[in-house]
Design a binder for this molecule. Structure first.
Ligand SMILES: Nc1ncnc2c1ncn2[C@@H]1O[C@H](COP(=O)(O)OP(=O)(O)OP(=O)(O)O)[C@@H](O)[C@H]1O
Length: 188
């Protein structure tokens, strides 16, 4: 069963203890909202959950595939958007999921436009499309609302709600308000 659990996790960066004793367990359909001011360690927590950063203490248990949305969209700037997304989806054998993912984030019309021509908000939505297309049950979203207009934030909220309704898990770090009904609050 899909699961993401952190037990007694501590984060040390550059010799500074950012947080410690963090416990969080998420089951299918559950979400957590990580909030706190700049530099408190929200991105570090996401990276720890993704397995990209080792915790100074504690342990992480992950059951299920992870999709990470970090600051950089990691999409080839020279490729048309649909192909850039297709590269990643193809690695998971899910190239066919790209059109629906593009439609889900409202970018179906610009599938042929090179990634470098996308606006800031479109680029964020493209990164979100990458997560959607992955089909991964565990979403780790680092500041997904950055650069999004009001309508796009609503779209993001709807996508997360749909993901949870389908049994997915979401861990979301944000300094902007995002409505996640019944989400666990993690204040760093
Ligand atoms: N590679 C590193 N080496 C040392 N310190 C680092 C490193 N990366 C980040 N830090 C420090 O760790 C702290 C937490 O960074 P992090 O990016 O996790 O914060 P954040 O809460 O996501 O901040 P923001 O809201 O500004 O994105 C910051 O003080 C940062 O300077």
């Amino acid at each position: 069963m899909t699961r993401l659990a952190l037990e007694g996790v501590a984060c040390l960066r550059g010799g500074r203890l950012l947080f410690e004793g963090l416990d969080l367990a998420l089951a299918p359909g559950e979400a957590a909202l990580v909030s706190g001011p700049n530099g408190v360690g929200k991105s570090s927590l996401i990276r720890i959950a993704a397995g990209l950063l080792s915790p100074a203490a504690g342990k992480i248990e992950v059951e299920g595939e992870i999709a990470l949305m970090a600051e950089a969209p990691a999409l080839d700037p020279e490729l048309p958007l649909g192909n850039a997304l297709g590269f990643w989806a193809g690695l998971d054998g899910r190239r066919g999921a790209v059109p629906d993912a593009l439609a889900a984030v409202g970018l179906a019309d610009i599938a042929r436009v090179p990634v470098r021509m996308l606006s800031t908000g479109q680029r964020r939505r493209a990164a979100l499309a990458r997560v959607v297309a992955s089909g991964a049950p565990i979403w780790l979203l680092d500041e997904p609302a950055n650069g999004l207009d009001v309508a796009s934030v609503a779209l993001l909220e709807g996508l997360i709600a749909g993901h949870r309704a389908a049994g997915g898990i979401a861990l979301v770090a944000t300094h902007l308000p995002i409505a996640l009904p019944d989400a666990r609050e993690v204040a760093l």
